[in-house]
Design a protein around this ligand. Structure first.
Ligand code: PGA
Length: 243
């Protein structure tokens, strides 16, 4: 696990975008796992600038980590909407190669199996981008006694519903469930890039890195078992870490 401490959010976003760019330059048909949330927004802005300067996304395949269950893709709070408005509409990614879990699917089990199958068919994820929740979740893999391994439907915790209510008119509108890649799906990625920014994330970053244990109480701690992980933190998120 490589920990990089960046001066601020802007530097973190630039570094993350550079890592993604290198992946695509090395292998133009890379399979990239994208994440939503506030943290990767700066990275996506950098990628859009890189595209304006010539970075070609036309051969990449993408798989998103998760989607709210119960929201149509057209809803402004869906992760479909997020990805298109913040990235995909501004780069030359092929819409046919974009995969985001379907928040309205009826046969969830079949959908999740197919999602896993499609990742495998694409050759596996070369680089998966992750944020981290204040409770240590990655994707919507929330702390629990047991963790689902593959892509699955999950209940959101109260903390996550509260945290995400900032985007909705009222907390009642926040979906209570989501379809998410499982920890097994994430761990199969060849390389993982976790981004954490701001004081809000300092406690969980310190807790996870200090403990050096793998626990379902901190889903992100499973990344200790992966051999190709970069964790990018800005100074605020690193403020409680021991140097
Ligand atoms: P954030 O979300 O980037 O909006 O902080 C991260 C997460 O909950 O995974």
């Amino acid at each position: 696990m490589r920990i990089h401490i960046l001066k601020n959010y802007e530097e973190l976003s630039k570094k993350a975008a550079e890592i993604i760019k290198s992946q695509i330059v090395l292998k133009d048909d890379s399979v990239i796992g994208f994440a939503t949330g506030s943290t990767p927004l700066g990275t996506y802005k950098e990628l859009i600038n890189m595209h304006k300067e010539g970075l070609d996304f036309s051969n990449i395949t993408t798989f998103n980590l998760d989607e709210y269950y119960g929201l149509p893709a057209s809803d402004v709070n869906s992760y479909h909407y997020f990805m298109y408005s913040n990235l995909f509409d501004h780069i030359n990614v092929s819409k046919k190669k974009v995969h985001i879990p379907d928040g309205e699917v009826k046969d969830v089990d079949k959908f999740c199996k197919d999602y896993e199958g499609n990742i495998a068919k694409a050759g596996g994820i070369d680089l998966q981008i992750l944020g981290i929740g204040k409770n240590g979740h990655i994707g919507f893999n929330e702390p629990d006694d047991n963790m689902d391994v593959p892509t699955h439907l999950t209940d959101l915790t109260e903390g996550t519903i509260n945290a995400n209510s900032r985007f909705f008119d009222s907390i009642d509108q926040v979906p209570k469930q989501a379809i998410t890649m499982g920890l097994g799906t994430i761990m199969k990625s060849k390389r993982i890039l976790l981004l954490a920014s701001g004081e809000d994330k300092a406690e969980i970053i310190e807790k996870m890195l200090k403990a050096q244990v793998v626990t379902t109480n901190i889903p992100a701690s499973f990344l200790f078992l992966h051999n190709n992980v970069d964790i990018l933190v800005d100074e605020k998120a690193a403020s409680l870490m021991e140097r």
